[in-house]
Write a protein that binds this ligand. Structure first.
Ligand code: ATP
Length: 277
């Protein structure tokens, strides 16, 4: 684990002013199967709240429901944060929503002109294209939450994607170059530092005040709320109006038949009626 890449502890820590995010263990690797997987092992060995694993090339990145997350070497930002939040287990998925807000703020800070939106529960989009996926996994100690590992895959400097993602994926640099073909490549360490700073403040607020702490910011950045959506659940597919988010992070949907559904983050996909968003 001493195999350092351009994202080094030094480059990440330079100027970082957080209390806990990025402190504790900070592991930078050139290549890893999955940053979530590594951090899960370290969580079981008592790694502290705020520990981070980052890698230059993730070879077995996961999405939800067993899907893959593609990370080309050197161009994307792929990392996981170990959280030990004071939250009820039922609210663990709020860490995904908190990370979505923190990535949104980091993009706003580092990428002038981009307007990322959050596609509930775990993706960030720029226009119709997906630029970021977030995956949280939790561990229990008896009846209480032991840890949450929140992994982030952010497309930063990619200018092309594998054919199967061409219609769906976008990167920050790719979108910035639409407006300014001379836009320079982005510094991933700067983006990560910005994320860690915002993640710390959103998580601190979440522990104190629950989802109310960032509800209005989340909803304002949402690509889902207030829209007609298609819910692809294991047992059925239905359409309805996305009304809002409850205190556990679940999506509230009013079906066409007038019934309200609470859609949990777990195993559903939500789509716009006209496409992915
Ligand atoms: P849904 O929209 O159905 O909820 P999802 O988009 O949330 O699905 P995830 O599990 O978050 O799915 O992410 C995995 C999916 O993301 C893959 O199936 C693939 O389509 C897409 N994907 C994989 N790598 C990338 C990437 N680098 N950029 C954008 N999209 C990607």
């Amino acid at each position: 684990m001493t195999d350092l890449c351009a994202l080094t502890p030094e480059s990440i820590l330079a100027g970082l002013s957080t209390r806990w995010a990025g402190r504790g263990m900070l592991l930078c690797a050139r290549e890893l199967p999955s940053t979530n997987r590594l951090l899960k092992e370290l969580a079981k060995q008592n790694a502290p709240h705020g520990s981070v694993a980052v890698c230059d090339h993730q070879t077995a990145g996961k999405g939800r429901i067993g899907r893959r997350w593609e990370t080309p070497a050197g161009e994307a930002l792929t990392f996981s944060v170990l959280l030990r939040p004071r939250l009820e287990p039922l609210k663990a998925q709020l860490c995904t929503l908190a990370a979505a807000v923190a990535v949104t703020r980091a993009i706003g800070e580092c990428c002038p002109g981009l307007d990322p939106r959050i596609k509930w529960p775990n993706d960030l989009v720029l226009g119709q294209g997906k630029c970021c996926g977030i995956l949280s996994e939790m561990g229990m100690a008896g009846n209480t939450l032991d840890y949450v590992i929140t992994g982030v895959g952010l497309n930063v400097n990619q200018l092309s994607f594998p054919r199967e993602l061409e219609d769906k994926a976008v990167s920050l640099l790719g979108e910035m170059r639409r407006a300014d073909p001379a836009a320079p490549a982005l510094d991933r360490a700067v983006l990560l530092r910005s994320f860690l700073t915002h993640m710390e403040s959103v998580m601190d607020a979440l522990e104190t005040d629950g989802f109310e702490a960032f509800r209005s910011e989340y909803e304002a950045a949402s690509a889902t709320i207030g829209r007609q959506v298609q819910v692809l659940a294991p047992a059925e597919t239905y359409t309805g109006l996305a009304l809002g988010i409850d205190d556990t992070g679940a999506l509230l949907v009013r079906r066409e038949n007038g019934r309200n559904e609470t859609v949990l983050c777990g195993d559903v996909s939500v789509r716009g009626l006209m496409g992915y968003v």
